[in-house]
Structure formats: structure tokens, C-alpha cells
Design a protein around this ligand. Structure first.
Ligand code: ZN
Length: 242
């Protein structure tokens, strides 16, 4: 049930079927020379829609922007601050709760550390504020990389590499512009923060896109969808009472 396409009557009827909503969170971020800037958003929406075909589930309109630290100076990245991201998620969940939703799956297509921390922070604040809600914060990248480990050939593959390129080759092949070479960033291991991120991460790839195939993308997408179906069932039965 895609909230953005529903009427208010359909929304009201939907609440009789489920009180669970998935909120896709994306980013506008460079994804190498070959993938679209909205790769993270596209992936999160795609698996959300496919999960909703298998279980009763509201899909909220996606948050198209995220916080991007390592790629912020690469062309095309449009980053929002962690405080804005946190406030946005708090407001969206608060409003959805007032509409009757009680279980919230925050699914991020972007897996950056500080970005995910902001989402978790929002969730932590909300569960202490409202005793009648459950919140899960997950990144679809982790679901794909952990569970799909048998088919991923590149150790340490993450951003715009084998996994993400395979995913977009499967779901949106028309958006893949050629291929890209294997690359891993070389940020200072000392922990020193750098201004010119691109100097240390030229092409914005973290992994090996040349190992990507649409078939791998299909399998990875199915794995993520199944994990989300399991999560919907788990969160709907979740209680902290003994
Ligand atoms: Zn990504």
C-alpha cells in the first residue's frame, strides 16, 4: 500500500489490515561514474514495494535526502545534516503514529555511519517518548551483504561496487551508464578528517563493479525482501513484556 498513491478512504481501510509502515530513506549521492545519484533511494523503494506485495504493509513516501559524509565533495552529492535528518524522521513517525500506525520499519538505502546514527537516534528518542510503538532501523545494504555473502565475490564491497551495481542492473538497467573499475578509498588511517574527500576517493567506488550482474542483483533483492517480510512479522509480534 503506497501511501503516496492512496486516497484517504483507502488509507482508512488500510489501517484495518495493518498498523505497520515501512519508511524508505535514501540519499542523493555520487555512486561512481556509472550509477545514478539516487541509487540508495531507488533500492530502498524497490524492496519496500516488493515486500508490500507479500505482506500487508504501508509504504511511506521516501525521504530522498540523507547525510553523506565521505562523498560530500563529489559532484552531485546533496547532503543534509544529521540534525535535520533526525528531526525529519521524528516528525514523520510522530505524524504517522497520530494517524494510527504503530510499527515502524526505517529502511535506509544509504549505509553511512553518521547517517545511520541519526536515524537510530531518532528511533531511540521516539521509543522513550511513546510506549505504544515499535521501531526497527535497518540498512538494506547490510541485509544484502550479510545474507548474500555466498554470491558476492568482492571482500569489503560496499558503495557503488558489486552489490549496488548488481541491484540497479536488475531493477533499473536503463539507469546504469557503462561500467566502472574496482576502487577502494584511501582516507588517512590516522583518523585525521580531510576536506577534499575526492582526493582520497577519486571515482567514488568502494568495491568492484566489474563483478556485478543483473542475476546477482535479482538474488540479492529477493534476499532483502525476504528479510523484510521476516522483520514485518517479528515487529508485529514484538513485546518487551514477560
Ligand atoms: Zn549506495
Amino acid at each position: 500500500m503506497l501511501i503516496e498513491e492512496m486516497t484517504m478512504i483507502e488509507f482508512e481501510d488500510g489501517l484495518k489490515k495493518t498498523r505497520t509502515v515501512l519508511i524508505p530513506i535514501g540519499s542523493v549521492e555520487e555512486h561512481g561514474p556509472h550509477l545514478p545519484l539516487s541509487t540508495d533511494t531507488i533500492q530502498a523503494i524497490e524492496v519496500g514495494k516488493k515486500t508490500a506485495l507479500k505482506v500487508p504493509l504501508f509504504i511511506a513516501p521516501a525521504v530522498n535526502y540523507g547525510h553523506c559524509r565521505s562523498s560530500r565533495t563529489h559532484p552531485g552529492t546533496i547532503s543534509i545534516s544529521t540534525s535535520t535528518l533526525k528531526s525529519l524522521l521524528v516528525d514523520i513517525i510522530t505524524s504517522l503514529r497520530s494517524q494510527g500506525l504503530r510499527n515502524f520499519i526505517v529502511l535506509s538505502g544509504h549505509a553511512g555511519g553518521s547517517h545511520c546514527m541519526a536515524l537510530q537516534d531518532a528511533g531511540e528518542e521516539l521509543i522513550y517518548h511513546y510506549s505504544d510503538i515499535s521501531i526497527a532501523v535497518v540498512t538494506e545494504y547490510l541485509l544484502a551483504s550479510r545474507e548474500g555473502v555466498q554470491i558476492i565475490e568482492t571482500p569489503g564491497d560496499s558503495h557503488a561496487g558489486e552489490i549496488e551495481t548488481s541491484r540497479i542492473l536488475h531493477s533499473h538497467p536503463q539507469l546504469v551508464k557503462g561500467s566502472a573499475q574496482m576502487e577502494f578509498p584511501s582516507f588517512p588511517s590516522s583518523g585525521i578528517l580531510v576536506r577534499n574527500k575526492r582526493k582520497y576517493w577519486k571515482n567514488g567506488v568502494w568495491g568492484d563493479p566489474s563483478k556485478a550482474t543483473a542475476e546477482k542483483g535479482k538474488i540479492l533483492e529477493e534476499i532483502v525482501v525476504q528479510k523484510l517480510v521476516d522483520l514485518v512479522i517479528e515487529i508485529e509480534g514484538f513485546t518487551e513484556e514477560n
